[in-house]
Design a binder for this molecule. Structure first.
Ligand code: ZN
Length: 334
């Protein structure tokens, strides 16, 4: 049994309370390799932002849960070495799908876990989430629950269609489960193909596809039922077209990859939404940079020569999100 506090990590409670009051959101970036983690920590340190490191099921399968935990512990030391005296880093389990998994993460030193029972019948979701909360809270680990179903594919989490969160359920769910934050479904979705072209309209100025707006009426209704309660948005990559173009320019084949416009996320960040999950944008930045090196320098075979530029591109993207979308820069408590 390792407590996250001994690793220098923090849970989400304080940072979410401050984010709601301050009208900004904390970035939750997924990681499964060293370059991504370095880019996240450098971006967070340089912007003086709190940050949530997320570990998904796919990441655990790819990189091993124990190794990722030690990497997060290393990230705290790295942030300090970069000059951040009091980093606020959360190690969060993304889409936990069972009590046993959540327990193993709590026991290993995670400071926050998500239990995703959103695919279960309501009463089963309540019971499972409550069980995780009761365990996690003994160690002051915070818990994210989910109501409503997001469309799209994220590692092994996938659904064909989304179901918006029912605002009538949120009071009952949060009260009975005791969860610390709630992921809701308002039209964001997992992956880089969030919308079908036929759902979008063409912007006459840019010729780009513009997706349908998020259901802010659902968000407003949830906030009215649960004033001041931390809300989480999953699947909130914006799928920057510059990366999609770059990938295609250098031999890739991404067709109609469409994300959430940053304008919508900026609006959400100012509300009770205090955690915004971004994964696909990092994948796109990394792939674009790697492809560019492969095409421009075909004789290059030192991984540092293509993973290095990929890391720089990810760092630039993370900083942009913090500074221009989420507004979490300069928000460390100390
Ligand atoms: Zn998700």
């Amino acid at each position: 049994m390792v407590n996250y506090k001994d690793l220098g990590l923090v849970n989400t409670r304080e940072m979410f309370a401050r984010a709601i009051k301050g009208g900004y959101a904390i970035p939750a970036f997924n990681f499964n390799n060293m370059e991504q983690l370095q880019a996240i920590i450098k971006a967070a340190v340089e912007t003086k932002s709190p940050v949530i490191l997320q570990v998904s099921k796919g990441a655990r399968n790819y990189a091993n849960q124990t190794l990722l935990r030690y990497m997060a512990e290393g990230a705290v030391a790295y942030a300090k070495e970069l000059g951040c005296e009091h980093p606020e880093i959360v190690l969060h389990l993304d889409h936990g799908d069972s009590f046993e998994l959540c327990k193993s993460c709590v026991d290993l030193g995670f400071s926050s876990v998500m239990i995703d029972g959103s695919h279960l019948p309501y009463e089963e979701n309540v019971a499972l989430t409550k069980k995780v909360v009761e365990y996690a809270h003994q160690y002051d680990v915070t818990v994210e629950g989910e109501l409503g179903v997001l469309a799209g594919v994220e590692d092994e989490v996938s659904a064909e269609h989304h179901t918006y969160t029912n605002p009538e359920e949120v009071i009952d769910f949060s009260t009975r489960t005791g969860c610390d934050s709630l992921a809701i479904s308002i039209g964001t979705s997992h992956g880089a193909y969030k919308f079908k072209p036929e759902q979008c309209h063409v912007d006459p100025q840019t010729g780009r596809l513009v997706p349908p707006p998020l259901a802010f009426d659902v968000l407003d209704a949830v906030m009215e039922k649960l004033p001041g309660f931390p809300i989480v948005l999953h699947g909130s990559s914006s799928v920057p077209q510059e990366y999609v173009d770059m990938i295609n320019q250098y031999g890739g084949k991404l067709e109609a990859a469409i994300g959430i416009p940053e304008e919508e996320l900026r609006k959400a960040a100012k509300s009770a939404v205090c955690k915004i999950n971004i994964d696909s944008d990092s994948r796109l930045a990394m792939t674009a940079a790697v492809r560019k090196v492969f095409v421009e320098k075909p004789a290059e075979f030192d991984p540092r020569k293509y993973l290095g530029p990929a890391r720089d591109e990810m760092e630039k993207m993370y900083k942009h999100k913090i500074l221009n979308v989420l507004g979490s820069d300069g928000k460390l408590a100390h």
